[in-house]
Write a protein that binds this ligand. Structure first.
Ligand code: ATP
Length: 201
């Protein structure tokens, strides 16, 4: 690792585990956070190389006349077709990986965070120096998402959970685990990891 570069730390966790909440605490400590999911959406509309690959693979209809992403069409294309899901991921993830590398080089802090719902599943964990998993009991996650996203049903949330790597597996693969259950305080856990990462960097 280049000593002048910030340590790259990935933070993940299943739907509703509390990744974004934990990232807000790191952000308050002055740590820059790269949101892979938000940035992927942005790149699909603003990265011309990626756009042309998506058009090539999914047709001109993938974009509207005004140049915006035709989310409805793409969602229909990938719906229940695992090969097409793989295809779109194989186009988007490398673009996000490159964008993250460029972003990380410009940061001036000892370490930076990359937040992604699918960090292990996409292989992007290998791009990172350390990994944090935010872990919450399934029941708590479902209840929190139902409160946060009233448009989602319990069945929809469970189907997303089924598509993600099990929490136990992610805990095994991670260097640090933040437990976000109802009886656990988040801030002391974040402070402890923050200190360890500063020491490492
Ligand atoms: P997603 O993968 O869906 O983006 P996430 O892992 O980023 O989810 P958050 O959005 O941070 O999860 O948390 C899910 C919901 O649970 C939010 O409404 C958040 O405010 C709430 N929440 C998270 N942690 C706690 C906590 N410790 N106590 C109470 N509410 C919490």
């Amino acid at each position: 690792m280049d000593s002048k570069q910030a340590l790259k730390v990935g933070i993940t966790g299943g739907i509703g585990s509390g990744k974004s909440t934990v990232c807000r605490i790191f952000h308050l400590l002055g740590i820059p956070v790269y949101s892979a999911d938000d940035r992927a959406k942005w790149l699909m509309e603003h990265d011309y190389v990626l756009q042309s690959k998506i058009r090539e693979e999914f047709g001109q209809q993938a974009y509207t006349q005004e140049g915006g992403l035709n989310r409805k069409y793409l969602a229909e294309q990938v719906f229940s077709d695992p090969e097409k899901v793989k295809k779109i991921n194989s186009l988007v993830h490398p673009a996000v990986g490159l964008d993250f590398e460029n972003w990380a080089k410009e940061q001036q802090t000892p370490y930076v965070l990359k937040e992604a719902a699918l960090l292990f599943e996409t292989g992007s964990a290998s791009q990172l120096d350390k990994l944090i998993n935010v872990s919450s009991p399934l029941k708590v996650r479902v209840a929190r998402v139902l409160m946060r996203d009233p448009h989602r049903s319990e069945a929809q949330i469970n189907s997303i959970i089924d598509q993600q790597m099990p929490d136990e597996k992610k805990n095994e693969l991670a260097d640090f685990v933040i437990k976000n259950a109802e009886n656990k305080l988040l801030i002391p856990q974040v402070l402890e990891i923050h200190q360890k990462l500063l020491n490492l960097a």
